[in-house]
Design a protein around this ligand. Structure first.
Ligand SMILES: C[S@@+](CC[C@H](N)C(=O)[O-])C[C@H]1O[C@@H](n2cnc3c(N)ncnc32)[C@H](O)[C@@H]1O
Length: 317
């Protein structure tokens, strides 16, 4: 991904468009807000490369294949980012066409992440490990945590080298957050990774986030890998999981076949509950992401179709 243009503030999607406009002053490159960008998802997937290479003048890294859809970049586009290429947008368009609810579901997921982090910080947790983090934006975990606890520390983990490079640039001036390149499916290597242990003290409570990543693993593997983290957590730690769900088997099958960036699994509510093992689910338990409120009754769900996100937070006794 491109180098960050400024090291003294957070990246905002609108900024990329503004920068891009200076270089390509065509009607197609009008600045657009985050909401406008999301609205375009249903109508326009064709705008040119308003992203990594074009805004900075950088070329993509060697081995960085922009012709193949990528998990992080497709997700970035769903959330209104500009770190994506035509192949990513083409796949995003297919998914959005198959399941028009999906863009909103991704946004609901980000809102859940923010609420889970805020809740955990309010419980006194001061360390956060975001596994499969993608970019620290929309809003960033360290911003949500820091809003409650300025002394909170955050470690972002991703296995995509381009995501990691970009996240490091975004966090270059942050004293409270860092990034580690690691494979979340190998808990032992993540737990001992120097980039993780320089931020996370495993003898103290941690909030571990597994947001929108367990659907990359079959239920048995997902349960094992979540357990690999949960077993190492200090008492009082929290584990937040969110996961896409589709109640329409035919739509799900079409989405799965079309989503070529990775193999995905449609976990049931029982699967997801089982991933928490002995952890106690915080009220309201496992619910639609838009309804989760830490320690309280569920809020009304945002109306949704067959595709939505389920979410819960467990606490280690
Ligand atoms: C769908 S995005 C979710 C991002 C963020 N957790 C959220 O909920 O908004 C999935 C992210 O997980 C990363 N990822 C996928 N497999 C991974 C793995 N085995 N280890 C670490 N990161 C992984 C991808 O690169 C991508 O950034």
């Amino acid at each position: 991904m491109r180098r960050h243009r400024s090291r003294d503030r957070q990246h905002r999607p609108e900024d990329s468009h503004r920068q891009h406009d200076r270089r390509h002053n065509t009607p197609h490159h009008n600045p657009c807000s985050h909401d406008e960008h999301l609205r375009r998802l249903t109508v326009d997937f064709t705008y040119p490369e308003a992203n990594m290479s074009s805004t900075s003048g950088d070329s993509p890294s060697p081995g960085f294949d922009t012709s193949v859809p990528n998990i992080a970049r497709v997700y970035d586009f769903f959330l209104g980012g500009t770190d994506n290429y035509a192949a990513d947008r083409a796949l995003a368009a297919q998914i959005a066409e198959l399941s028009p609810d999906w863009v909103q579901a991704c946004r609901d997921n980000r809102s859940f992440v923010g609420r889970a982090v805020t809740w955990a910080a309010g419980q006194g947790i001061r360390q956060f490990l975001d596994l499969g983090a993608w970019l620290p934006t929309h809003p960033a975990v360290h911003e949500s945590a820091g809003g409650i606890a300025p002394d909170a520390r955050v470690c972002y983990v991703d296995n995509d080298p381009a995501v990691v490079a970009h996240a490091r640039a975004l966090l270059a001036t942050s004293a409270s957050a860092g990034v580690a390149e690691a494979d979340l499916s190998d808990p032992a290597s993540v737990l001992g990774h120097p980039g993780v242990t320089s931020i996370i003290d495993w003898s103290e409570p941690v909030c571990v986030l597994l947001a929108m990543v367990v659907h990359f693993y079959d239920p048995v593997t997902a349960r094992e890998l979540v357990g690999g983290y949960a077993s190492r957590l200090a008492p009082g730690s929290a584990l937040a999981i969110s996961c896409g769900r589709n109640d329409d088997p035919q739509m799900w099958q079409r989405m799965r076949e079309n989503y070529t960036a990775a193999t995905t699994y449609n976990h049931t509510r029982d699967d997801l509950r089982s991933f928490f093992g002995p952890l106690h689910l915080v009220p309201p338990g496992l619910v639609v992401a838009s309804a989760w409120r830490g320690g309280r009754a569920a809020a009304p769900e945002r109306p949704h179709g067959p595709a939505y996100v389920l979410a819960a937070v467990g606490v280690k006794p």
